[in-house]
Design a protein around this ligand. Structure first.
Ligand code: AMP
Length: 398
């Protein structure tokens, strides 16, 4: 019987399942969306048919439904040999992926205060999967783990030191599996080893973050204690002046309301007043909708500023790497961002930028550019599948 790896990725209102074969080639995947809402539904990748879920369906129900669909359709012919879970916050406890057991689950629960929207749903996905496949080794792969190499000067906030010591208030960073993947892929494409490759990697999806990776190791990143800090995102503000909280209190807006708006009604959505979706924003801007163009401008400018900020952690740069739905697909956003970085010597080839995807090496810079610029489709599930196989393999009795 061939080895297979199941990857489970629970977002705050979504659940994605992906099944890989023993060579880590994806065999099937499915996505359940709008979980907890009345119109929850799921779909198998590549199939038109909508799989109805009960109104308000939970992550457990979605997982059980999708496993049954995989089995009924013959997509999952046998029990997986390993299972990998994406877990958002591992605090300072987890520097790498680990085999799940009761102690690890308790520790993930302990980190839930740092990621209240994510760790509890990650745990409910883990529990539901354990109930379905009690005999299969399961691995937790943390978004924060790759950034545990950040030096103190990069992870400490300039706050009372006791807040860090007693409450763990520091910068953790997220999207670690994606940044690790980009760094390794960039090294491969440039014909170098990961341990000698330094890149700035920008993950630009609905959530956005940028990381400085020096000789394969994360040394600075834009997200902080929570995934709210840093770049402008779909609905998240990224950096704001913390003085905002007191100012808004004077206007009668309570802290939890500010928190909600910063997470769910800001970013591209807040600026445009229309949508958090970059593709739609580009269309709106093309039709003369000024707030949408402003949202795009703020997004690109903030991103360019952060590229500059990441330079402070590097002594050389092998490439700037872009990924995520926006980084991979939007020539316009790439061009507007790089346009701000002329003084640093970045320059795109308009032709390569516009026709990215037709070229296999991912490079889109002009011959005059001081640094390569690469577009690399991210593959967090593949990283999780590899980690789950590796850890299940080393846990197996010899
Ligand atoms: P992700 O979270 O990685 O799936 O990325 C989602 C974001 O990518 C959304 O804002 C999409 O609008 C954006 N996106 C996907 N395709 C394009 C495109 N062709 N042009 C601009 N933005 C895109």
């Amino acid at each position: 019987m061939e080895d297979t790896v199941l990857v489970v990725n629970c977002g705050s209102s979504s659940l994605k399942l992906a099944l890989f074969d023993g060579q880590h080639r994806k065999q099937a995947s499915a996505l359940a969306e709008r979980l907890g809402q009345n119109d929850a539904f799921a779909r198998v990748e590549g199939q038109e048919e909508i799989i109805p879920l009960d109104p308000g369906a939970s992550h457990d129900q979605a997982l059980n439904t999708l496993v049954k669909v995989f089995r009924d359709q013959g997509l999952m012919a046998s029990t997986p040999t390993a299972i990998g879970h994406r877990v958002v916050h591992g605090g300072e406890t987890f520097r790498e992926a680990v085999l799940l057991d009761d102690d690890v689950m308790d520790a993930i629960e302990d980190c839930a205060g740092l990621a209240p929207l994510h760790n509890p749903v990650n745990l409910s996905g883990i529990r539901a999967t354990l109930a379905q496949f009690p005999e299969v080794p399961q691995t937790a792969v943390f978004d924060t783990a790759f950034h545990q190499t950040l030096p103190k000067k990069a992870f400490l906030y300039a706050l009372p030191e006791a807040w860090y010591r007693e409450w763990g208030i520091r910068r953790y960073g997220f999207h670690g599996t994606s940044h690790a993947f980009m760094a390794a892929e960039a090294a491969r494409l440039l014909g170098k080893t990961p341990a000698t490759t330094s890149v700035i990697s920008a993950h630009l999806g609905n959530g956005c973050s940028i990381t400085a990776i020096r000789d394969g190791i994360s040394v600075d990143t834009s997200m902080g204690l929570t995934p709210l800090e840093g770049l402008v995102m779909g609905t998240r503000s990224g950096d704001v002046d913390p003085g905002l909280f007191d100012f808004l209190r004077s206007k009668g807006v309570a802290a939890d309301e500010v928190h909600r708006v910063l997470n769910h009604e800001s970013g591209l959505l807040g600026l445009s007043g229309q949508t958090n979706d970059m593709r739609s924003l580009c269309e709106l801007a093309d039709h003369g909708h000024e707030p949408s163009q402003t949202a795009i401008d703020v997004f690109c400018f903030r991103l360019a500023r952060y590229v500059g900020a990441m330079m402070a952690s590097l002594s050389n740069l092998d490439a700037l790497v872009l990924t995520g739905g926006i980084g991979e697909n939007s020539a316009r956003i790439r061009a507007e961002t790089i346009n701000h970085l002329k003084l640093m010597g970045f320059e795109l080839s308009p032709d390569l930028n516009n026709h990215h995807g037709e070229f296999s090496d991912g490079r889109i810079e002009s011959p005059d550019s001081r640094f390569p610029v690469l577009v690399i489709p991210t593959n967090e599930e593949l990283v999780i599948a590899r980690e789950a196989s590796r850890i299940a393999g080393s846990a197996a009795p010899g």
